[in-house]
Ligand binder design. Structure first.
Ligand SMILES: Nc1ncnc2c1ncn2[C@@H]1O[C@H](COP(=O)(O)OP(=O)(O)OP(=O)(O)O)[C@@H](O)[C@H]1O
Length: 309
C-alpha cells in the first residue's frame, strides 16, 4: 500500500441519470488523515459523488481512485478498509442495534470498543431495539457507529448530522475529531456551512456537479474580499457618497432598510474613513462590527445564490 497516495482522487467525474447530469466533470483530491467536507446545496451532486467513491454507483466517465484502488473493480479489497454511512441508512431493519454493532465489530481486526461507542452516541437506551423501531436520529447515530466501529482507514459520512438535535450533533463532531486524531481520513458531505467551518481541515464547495472552490475554511474565507464591516443607521444614507470616500475596490450596500455593509479589505484606515464619513453626515453608526467572511458568503459570491436554496 502506498500511504503517500491521496485517500481519494477523482478526475473529471461524470454521473448522469437519464438526461440529468448530476456530476459534471468533478475533480478533487482528499489527503489522508484529514477531515474533508464536501459542501453544497441540495442536488449539487454530493451523494452521487460519494456513492461512486464507495463503489455503490458507477461513474459514466472520469477516474476514481480510493486508497489507490478502483471502488468497483477492487471492491473486495476496498470494503474492509472503508467505513460508510449512507444517507438512507442501509441497515437491515429487523436487527437489534447493539447486536448489529457487535456483529460488525467482530468482522474487523481492531474494532473500536462497542460499549464506548454506544455510550458516546447516546444509544444506551436502545441497544435491544430493532433498527426499524429506532427514531430517525437514533437510526442515524447507529449508522454512524456502524461506519466507524471497524476502525477503517477512510470513512464516508453522507450528511452525518442532518436532523440531529444539537447535543447529538456535537457528539458526532467530537467522534469525527477523534477519528482524525487516530489518523483516519474522513470525507463528509454537508449543506451546513457551520459544520464544514468547525470540523473540516479542507472544504470542497460543489455546485451543479462541479467543484467551484476548495481549500481550508480559513483560506476560503480570507481569499478575495477580506471582510465585511456592518453598521446600522438611519435608512437611505447616500451610498454613492460613502463609496467616494472609500478606497478603490471597496463596496458599500444598504442590505436592508437602515442596515449597511461595506466589503473590501477592512483595515483600521477604512474603519476610520467610515466613522469620519458618518460624523460629517451627522450619523451615529450603531452595532458597528467587522466580520470575517463565512463559507455562506463565499458560496454567494461564487454563485449569486444562497447555500440553503
Ligand atoms: N437515482 C437517481 N435518479 C435520478 N436522478 C437522481 C438520482 N439520484 C440523484 N438524482 C439527481 O441528481 C442530482 C444530484 O443529486 P445528489 O443526491 O447527488 O445531490 P446532493 O448534493 O447529495 O443533494 P442532497 O443534499 O439533496 O442529497 C439531483 O438533481 C438529484 O435529483
Amino acid at each position: 500500500m502506498d500511504s503517500s497516495s491521496p485517500a481519494v482522487a477523482l478526475t473529471g467525474l461524470v454521473k448522469r441519470y437519464g438526461d440529468k447530469t448530476a456530476v459534471d466533470g468533478l475533480s478533487l483530491t482528499v489527503e489522508r488523515g484529514r477531515v474533508t467536507a464536501v459542501l453544497g446545496p441540495n442536488g449539487a451532486g454530493k451523494t452521487s459523488t460519494i456513492e461512486i467513491c464507495e463503489g455503490y454507483r458507477r461513474a459514466d466517465a472520469g477516474e476514481v481512485r480510493v486508497l489507490d484502488l478502483d471502488p468497483v473493480r477492487d471492491a473486495a479489497a476496498l470494503r474492509p478498509r472503508i467505513g460508510v454511512m449512507l444517507q438512507s441508512g442501509g441497515v437491515y431493519s429487523g436487527a437489534r442495534a447493539e447486536e448489529m454493532l457487535r456483529h460488525v465489530a467482530k468482522l474487523h481486526a481492531h474494532p473500536l470498543d462497542v460499549a464506548m461507542l454506544i455510550e458516546r452516541l447516546g444509544l444506551g437506551s436502545c441497544g435491544r431495539t430493532t433498527y426499524r423501531r429506532l427514531s430517525g436520529g437514533q437510526q442515524q447515530r447507529l449508522a454512524l457507529a456502524l461506519a466507524v466501529v471497524g476502525r477503517p482507514e477512510l470513512v464516508f459520512l453522507d450528511e452525518p448530522t442532518a436532523g440531529l438535535d444539537p447535543h447529538a450533533r456535537h457528539a458526532t463532531w467530537d467522534l469525527v475529531r477523534e477519528l482524525r486524531a487516530d489518523g483516519v481520513s474522513v470525507v463528509l458531505t454537508t449543506h451546513l456551512m457551520d459544520e464544514a467551518e468547525k470540523l473540516a481541515d479542507e472544504v470542497v464547495i460543489v455546485d451543479r456537479g462541479r467543484v467551484i472552490a476548495s481549500g481550508s475554511p480559513e483560506a476560503l474565507c480570507h481569499d478575495g474580499a477580506e471582510n465585511s464591516l456592518r453598521f446600522s443607521g438611519p435608512p437611505g444614507l447616500d451610498m454613492g457618497s460613502l463609496l467616494n470616500a472609500l478606497p478603490e475596490g471597496a463596496k458599500a450596500f444598504e442590505v436592508s432598510r437602515g442596515a449597511y455593509r461595506i466589503e473590501g479589505e477592512i483595515d483600521p484606515q477604512l474603519l476610520a474613513t467610515v466613522t469620519s464619513w458618518c460624523a460629517q453626515h451627522g450619523v451615529m453608526p450603531e452595532r458597528l462590527t467587522v466580520e470575517r467572511r463565512s463559507l455562506e458568503d463565499v458560496f454567494m459570491e461564487l454563485t449569486g445564490r444562497e447555500l440553503r436554496s
